[in-house]
Design a protein around this ligand. Sequence first.
Ligand code: TYD
Length: 227
Amino acid sequence: MPKQGLFVTFEGGEGTGKSTQIRLLADRLRRRGVDVLMTREPGGSPGAEAVRHVILSGAAEEYGTRMEAVLFAAARNDHVEEIIRPALASGAVVLCDRFMDSSRVYQGITGNLEPAFVQNLERVAVNGVVPDCTIILDVPAAEGLRRARLRTGDSGEKVEPDRFEKEELDTHEKRREAFLDIAEADPLRCRVVDAGGMPEAIAEKVFAIIEPLLPIQASRPKEAGKG
Ligand code: TYD
């Protein structure tokens, strides 16, 4: 079946505001009558959410980076086949918080895995479902970490850093560079957005990138002058 929807992924380091931007974009698209699916990795399907807990708690860390990379890939394949591919086939705009570029960066670059191993896992995991557009939100690593550490949970409690947030500043800086390298190598798919300003201003930049890509029906404003 030909793909009809639009697959957009959001990538970047910790505290770059990915989830805020996804929410703002989803709200704006929905106001136009667009069918939007918001999802995230690791997770997004029941099988992948089960694996998410194993990875982010650090339970798999002692078995090494290869094991973690395979777990991320297993979760991704389940998410793709159960959720993303069917949503795209139904014409939805899928907004996904992290996807294959996070594995390239976290497992491949800062996890020091061989490129061929990472590429093979990626091919199996995505099974042909590659993002139409990847928004890379970019802020200096120190600023991103500062924001991530200010994060609170739904009831206002301090959220503990996960397995990957605990790593050193220079590791986060390396990840930032690696995301920028991916963007440079694949300029047709990737767009870098400076995520240093106010959320609403960043949302305008993101919308300007996505609007021309919307499936024909979805790009027609529902109400003139709005959205
Ligand atoms: P999450 O709580 O979703 O954090 P964030 O708000 O930063 O997206 O945790 C996801 C963590 O998992 C994050 O530190 C990045 C890491 N990760 C990988 O290492 N590889 C991957 O393929 C993915 C999707 C995430």
